[in-house]
Design a binder for this molecule. Structure first.
Ligand code: C2E
Ligand code: CA
Ligand code: CA
Length: 520
């Protein structure tokens, strides 16, 4: 059950896992595209400003009128440039296109560009909360020139509306200084990376990078429909798996074949023992093993309810095997020192379809206290044998081992007398049907007499089955029948009762030390 639950949870985990993966991949791809276009714009602004400064450079010598005029002109036509200045060697502004020294500001450490005439630094204005990048062009015979690109030009404010709800974009210098942030005002905010999904895209040409991030909470919100749909889907699949599994187990549990197979494995098929009596001497001859299905709740199922299924399904073979082994362990001991006590097993016609039964019997009884010469195998006449010649051969080989073979239910089958003559068996068991009819049908007596005559000529033993009355015993005894089985003597008994009966009726199994002990 636990295993089933674990299996059923697999789709939920799989869907959850792949949904998370999908959402994250999708969101990351979007962030990357945002970062790429933002970086592209910032690079374009820097390139434009660099080109303008290079153009301007030969036309500006210092802070003279002419130079200021050209600087003003360039600043007005170049979109990203807000201020152009002439600097002294230490980077202090001497004059700007506005004619003065410009707004008060602080300048960060300068970073060199790939084109080593240029350096870039972050400018923070004192008066207003704004930032800009300053490009500085170093000139050989004149003072350096600089151009200011306001943050708003590098990362347009128009993006502000796109960068809300937990999304953010920042332009950073390689020295980690933040140049611009969207939404505006986030410049100083540090971001908790455990709660955000982010991409860091570095420029190949400039010492700048774009960091685009969004909180995971907004991801969950944006993809809520998809995630809910996925979860509903996986829950449905899980319910389906559960339902199918439950159905499967229910069906399996109610499948009689599955139940019966488990009963064999669990040792629920047990032997009962019905005594056979020598009606001349009154001695116990042995017993026939009859299968019973003892359910775990104690109820006893009779063979009529499971033998047909066992035969149809082939489970009769493992069942017979298990029954023989069980009989060995349960009543093996009473066969020691009582070689005249026999034990009979019922075989199925299919057992004679090949000679495997011979080795199987040898293997089972080799390690038991029951000798092969104590064994009787009963073959019913009700079912036709698959191959009469093979069956005869198998029977002969069994007899060589000392095993005796009996035909069961004689008179009821289709084989008739020729069947009996061909098989060469040791014993015939006259069916209860004829015993029942002894006192009522003359016809039945005639059949019994014919069978007895046949047995005599063929040197076979006779056992009368299903003997229920003293009159029947009398009749059989008169007719010279030696052995009988039936309720008049004993019904099939559980092992303990049978053992008690054997010990009570037949003292020959008691060893000398036991008998001296009991005498003392
Ligand atoms: P069967 O081999 O002819 O066994 C005799 C049946 O008659 C047994 O029924 C027994 O309990 C019953 N019986 C014995 N004496 C009397 C009596 O005086 N009066 C009445 N009314 N019945 C009596 P059970 O045990 O129900 O077995 C029924 C059949 O199931 C058996 O008939 C046999 O064909 C089959 N069977 C039982 N155990 C096995 C087994 O281990 N292997 C196979 N292949 N068949 C088995
Ligand atoms: Ca039988
Ligand atoms: Ca029988």
């Amino acid at each position: 059950m636990l295993g089933g639950a674990a299996v059923a949870c697999v789709p939920i985990l799989l869907v959850e896992f792949s949904l998370n993966g999908y959402v994250e991949r999708n969101a990351r791809a979007k962030l990357e595209s945002t970062a790429r276009s933002a970086l592209g714009l910032a690079e374009l602004r820097l390139e434009n400003a660099m080109a303008s400064l290079v153009d301007l450079s030969p036309k500006v010598e210092g802070c003279d009128r002419g130079s200021l005029e050209v600087m003003r002109k360039t600043a007005s036509i170049s979109i990203p440039i807000k201020e152009i200045a002439v600097l002294d060697e230490s980077g202090i502004t001497i004059c700007t296109n506005f004619g003065d020294g410009g707004e008060e500001r602080s300048v960060s450490r300068e970073l060199p560009l790939a084109d080593n005439r240029f350096e870039v630094a972050l400018i923070r204005f004192r008066e207003r909360n704004d930032r800009a990048l300053r490009l500085r062009l170093e000139r050989r015979n004149a003072k350096p020139l600089s151009a200011l690109i306001p943050a708003a030009f590098l990362v347009p404010d128009t993006l502000d509306s796109d960068f809300q709800d937990g999304r953010s974009l920042r332009l950073v210098l390689d020295n980690a200084e933040i140049v611009a942030a969207r939404p505006t005002g986030d410049e100083g905010l540090s971001i908790d990376h455990t709660r955000t999904l982010g991409v860091h895209m570095k420029s190949e040409r400039f010492p700048i990078a774009i960091v685009a991030e969004r909180t995971r909470a907004t991801l969950t919100y944006e993809y809520r429909d998809l995630v809910s749909l996925g979860r509903i889907g996986s829950a449905l699949v899980t319910i389906l798996i559960f339902a199918l599994a439950a159905l499967y187990f229910r069906r399996n549990r109610s499948d009689p074949l599955v139940q019966f197979r488990e009963a064999i494995v669990n040792g629920e098929i047990i032997p009962f023992f019905q005594p056979t009596i020598d009606i001349k001497s009154g001695r116990l001859v042995g017993a026939e093993v009859l299968a019973r299905w003892r359910k775990p709740d104690g109820t006893m199922v009779s063979p009529a309810n499971f033998i047909p299924l066992a035969e149809r399904s082939g489970l009769i073979y493992p069942m017979t095997h298990a029954l023989m082994e069980k009989a060995c362990t349960e009543v093996g001991a009473i066969h020691v020192n009582r070689p005249h006590i026999n034990i009979a097993f019922n075989l199925y016609a299919g057992h004679f379809a090949n000679d495997g039964i011979i080795e199987e019997l040898k293997a089972i009884f080799a390690k038991s206290q029951i000798g092969l010469s104590q064994i009787v195998l009963e073959v019913t006449e009700r079912e036709p044998l698959p191959d009469l010649d093979l069956a005869r051969d198998i029977i002969a080989r069994l007899q060589k081992l000392g095993i005796r073979v009996a035909i069961d239910d004689v008179g009821t089958g289709h084989g008739g007398l020729s069947y009996l003559m061909k098989l060469g068996v040791d014993t015939i068991k006259i069916d209860k049907m004829f015993i029942d009819a002894i006192s009522t049908e003359r016809h039945s007596q005639t059949i019994i007499e014919t069978l007895l005559e046949l047995a005599r000529t063929m040197n076979m033993e006779v056992i009368a089955e299903g003997v229920e009355s003293f009159d029947q015993v009398e009749y059989l005894r008169r007719k010279g029948v030696h052995q009988a089985q039936g309720y008049v003597f004993a019904p099939p008994l559980p092992a303990s009762s049978y053992i008690a009966l054997v010990e009570a009726m037949d003292a020959s199994g008691v060893t000398r030390s036991e008998s001296t002990a009991s005498a003392a």
